[in-house]
Design a protein around this ligand. Structure first.
Ligand SMILES: [Zn+2]
Length: 299
C-alpha cells in the first residue's frame, strides 16, 4: 500500500510537473496562475476527466478534445517517469523513513523540471536551482539521514549516527564544491576558448545538488554527468551527420564526408548539460552508498 500510494501520487505530481515545465520559462505565467490547466493551443480549460495522468492521453487518442491538435507523447512520459522515480524513492527508503522519502521525491521532482526545461530552453529555472540551494541546508538539518552514507558526515559526527550539525556541514561543503567546480570549469572555458562553456544555471544546479549529496557525491555525480553528456553529445552529432547526408543525397548532391562531419560538429556543439547533471545528482541521491558509477569507484 505504501508503495502504491507514493507511485500514484507521483503520477499526479508528474502531471503538475508538466505544467511547471511549460510555464516556468514563460513570462507572466506561474504554476499557480492560471489556476486551471489549459490546452496550450486553443487555451480551452481542461475538464477534470481530460486531465487524469496517462489515462486521459490514451483515452483522447493523443488529441485535444476541443481543437483536435495533437498532445505530445512527452506529457504521459513525464508522468510515468515521475511515478517511476517516486516508486523508486519509496521502495529504497521504506515505510519506516517517510521523511527521507519525502525529501527524495521533492528533489527528484525538481530534477525532472530542470531536465526538461533545459532541453527546451537551454536554461534551468531559478525556482529549481535557487530553491534547491535554500532547501538543501534546511533538509540537512531536519532529516540528517539524508547524509547517512556520506563518509565525510560520519567522520564529522565522530562515529555513530550522522548528527544534524555534521549533516549541515556536509551540505555546505557539498554546495561549495559543486558550485565551485562548475564555476571554475566555466571560468577556465571562457579564458581558454572565449565562450561560455558552462551556463550559470548549471553552477547553481550543482551547488544545490552538492548540498544534497555532499562533496564526494559531487565528484561522483560529475563523473556520471560527463560520461552521460558525452554519449548524448556524440549521439546528437551522429544524428546530425545522418540528417545532413540524407538531405544532400535527396538534393542529388554528393557531399564529401569531411564536409558532412564539419557540419554535424557545428550543429551538435550545443547540448544542455543540466539533464546529465540532474541524472548524476539523482543517482547519487538514491545510491550514494555505492559510490561513483554504482560502485565502480567505491568510496
Ligand atoms: Zn485544444
Amino acid at each position: 500500500m505504501f508503495l502504491f500510494w507514493w507511485t500514484v501520487m507521483g503520477l499526479f505530481v508528474g502531471s503538475f510537473l508538466n505544467v511547471a515545465i511549460h510555464r516556468l520559462p514563460l513570462e507572466g505565467e506561474s504554476v499557480a496562475k492560471p489556476v486551471f490547466s489549459r490546452c496550450p493551443k486553443c487555451l480551452h480549460r481542461l475538464r477534470w476527466y481530460d486531465n487524469i495522468p496517462v489515462v486521459s492521453w490514451l483515452w483522447l487518442g493523443a488529441k485535444c478534445r476541443d481543437c483536435k491538435s495533437p498532445i505530445a507523447i512527452r506529457y504521459p512520459l513525464v508522468e510515468l517517469l515521475t511515478a517511476g522515480l517516486w516508486f523508486l524513492a519509496a521502495w529504497k527508503g521504506g515505510s519506516e523513513r517517510p521523511w527521507l522519502v519525502l525529501v527524495w521525491v521533492i528533489v527528484l521532482s525538481g530534477l525532472v523540471v530542470a531536465t526538461f526545461v533545459d532541453f527546451d530552453h537551454f536554461e534551468i529555472p531559478d525556482e529549481v536551482s535557487i530553491g534547491g540551494m535554500v532547501l538543501a541546508p534546511l533538509v540537512s538539518l531536519l532529516v540528517p539521514s539524508l547524509h547517512e552514507h556520506s563518509h565525510l558526515a560520519q567522520a564529522l559526527a565522530g562515529g555513530g549516527g550522522v548528527t544534524r550539525i555534521a549533516a549541515l556541514e556536509t551540505c555546505l561543503l557539498g554546495m561549495a564544491l559543486g558550485g565551485g567546480i562548475l564555476w571554475g570549469i566555466g571560468w577556465l572555458g571562457s579564458k581558454l576558448y572565449g565562450v561560455d562553456a558552462m551556463g550559470f544555471g548549471d553552477v547553481k544546479l550543482m551547488a544545490a545538488g552538492g548540498g544534497l549529496i555532499g562533496p564526494w557525491g559531487v565528484v561522483a555525480a560529475l563523473m556520471i554527468a560527463a560520461v552521460a553528456g558525452s554519449v548524448a553529445g556524440l549521439a546528437g552529432m551522429l544524428r546530425f551527420l545522418c540528417e545532413s547526408r540524407r538531405r544532400a543525397h535527396a538534393r542529388g548532391r554528393r557531399d564529401r564526408w569531411g564536409r558532412s562531419i564539419r557540419i554535424a560538429r557545428l550543429a551538435g556543439r550545443y547540448i544542455p548539460f543540466g539533464p546529465y547533471l540532474a541524472l548524476g545528482i539523482a543517482i547519487q541521491l538514491l545510491y550514494r552508498e555505492h559510490g561513483a558509477f554504482l560502485g565502480f569507484f567505491p568510496w
